[in-house]
Design a protein around this ligand. Structure first.
Ligand SMILES: Cc1cc2nc3c(=O)[nH]c(=O)nc-3n(C[C@H](O)[C@H](O)[C@H](O)COP(=O)(O)OP(=O)(O)OC[C@H]3O[C@@H](n4cnc5c(N)ncnc54)[C@H](O)[C@@H]3O)c2cc1C
Length: 389
């Protein structure tokens, strides 16, 4: 089979490596990535704080695996069997879309023009700007009370004690945490001098944010308002949801297209297992699952459904504090959690594990595992009977 994997993030790389191990050169596997390195996105708030994240070259991560690496930006997906990189055509029999996501900068006016984001290029620009703003006691406004907003605000406040940091959120912070988790989160924000405000942003202008009832001035604004999938996927005509994620069946095949598979941030299950968010903790298992299913297909077997249950949230609160909030099988947070220095240490181990799991996979060692429902699942022959898009 000619298999093309589109995207060299966590999901695409683990999928390519596992598939190469399983099929041992029988199939042609090509991984296409716009960037020659794996962007370690889960550490981009650290990059914004001026830390050196190092580089993980894709050529090195895939070396010796038998996967062909193609660096280039895909400009069109033709679901009938071709990808286009400008004028160049790349044919596939099986396609895995692992194109990931980016911060949504279009749903609120002014974000694109006046705010930084935790995308690789913008995080680098923010890192360059913040030291001078901090030196004169300037204001950083972080917008978004989700996990990236919280990690961003705490990391930047810790790295630049001179900065006046405000975290603006439309909802309650730490909604997915237990009461003890939320209490610890607010304590950490207080300790780091981060002011929390509530409000819905209408627009961002140069130097200020307009809310329904007031405006807030800033010297730098970090927008952490959620992720969307690149437009390329929607433009392909494949079925997508409002965030541009491909709609996939329980075996992660795109609805109505059995030879196209969606993994990572770029895909959303039509029948979701409990509590599944965009995250590397789901992207990597999805990559493994599709690789195993494609290997089954090579052997003439039917694919297996993706069985995943979230285990925990792990949040950094700067380099010296963190939170590990475990979840029950039903998706509710447990009252007990790990916090403080132990939480920070665990979060660091999780971040290291993510890249290490890719390196181990290349060496033939499988260290990726995830919690499952425990239900007995049978192979699924075709999409007949699954929900329509
Ligand atoms: C600051 C921050 C902290 C985070 N913390 C956590 C966390 O603690 N836990 C967690 O689970 N998740 C976390 N996430 C989310 C996590 O980073 C993403 O869910 C994860 O990166 C998704 O992996 P992916 O492989 O699907 O996509 P990505 O990592 O986005 O990779 C997509 C790949 O597709 C390539 N690509 C895109 N467009 C094209 C194109 N047109 N042509 C060719 N290639 C293309 C890109 O170059 C890239 O290689 C965090 C994210 C951020 C920003």
């Amino acid at each position: 089979m000619r298999i093309v994997i589109l995207g060299g993030g966590y999901a695409g790389v683990i999928c390519a490596l596992r598939l190469a191990r399983r099929t041992r050169g029988q199939d042609s596997i090509t991984l296409v990535s716009a960037s020659p390195s794996l962007v370690d996105r889960i550490r981009l708030h650290q990059q914004a704080a001026g830390q050196d994240l190092g580089k993980h070259g894709l050529a090195e991560l895939l070396a010796g695996s038998g996967v062909t690496l193609k660096i280039g930006r895909v400009t069109r997906i033709d679901p009938r069997g071709s990808l286009y990189l400008g004028d160049e055509r790349l044919a596939f029999e099986q396609l895995v879309v692992a194109i990931g996501s980016r911060v949504d900068v279009d749903s609120v006016p002014g974000v694109r023009e006046h705010a930084f984001t935790l995308d690789a290029a913008s995080a680098g620009e923010l890192a360059a700007r913040l030291p001078s703003i901090a030196a004169r006691g300037g204001r950083l406004l972080v917008i978004g009370g989700g996990l990236t907003g919280i990690e961003g605000a705490t990391e930047l406040a810790e790295a630049h004690p001179g900065l006046q940091v405000t975290l603006l959120s439309s909802g309650e912070l730490g909604e997915n945490l237990s009461e003890a988790g939320r209490t610890h989160l607010y304590e950490a924000l207080r300790r780091l001098g981060v002011t929390v405000q509530k409000g819905q942003v209408r627009r961002i202008q140069a130097g200020s944010v307009e809310l329904a009832d007031r405006s807030l001035p800033f010297d730098a604004c970090l927008w952490a308002g959620g992720f969307v999938v690149p437009e390329l996927v929607r433009q392909s005509g494949l079925p997508v949801n409002s965030r541009g994620q491909l709609l996939v069946d329980p075996c992660l095949r795109v609805i109505g297209h059995e030879n196209i598979h969606g993994i990572g941030d770029a895909a959303a299950l039509v029948e979701p297992p409990s509590h599944m968010l965009m995250g590397c903790k789901t992207a990597i298992p999805m990559g493994v699952q599709v690789a195993e299913n494609l290997a089954r297909l090579s052997r003439g077997e039917d694919p297996l459904p993706f069985d995943y249950v979230d285990t925990a949230f792990c949040i950094s609160l700067g380099r010296r504090d963190g939170l590990l909030q475990p979840y029950r099988l039903d998706g509710s947070p447990t009252p007990w959690l790990l916090r403080g220095r132990m939480g920070a240490w665990l979060k660091e181990q999780v971040c290291r594990f993510v890249v290490t799991s890719l390196r181990f996979e290349r060496m033939g060692l499988n260290i990726v595992a995830w919690r499952k429902t425990g239900r007995k699942l049978s192979p699924v022959a075709s999409q007949q009977g699954t929900l329509a898009a």
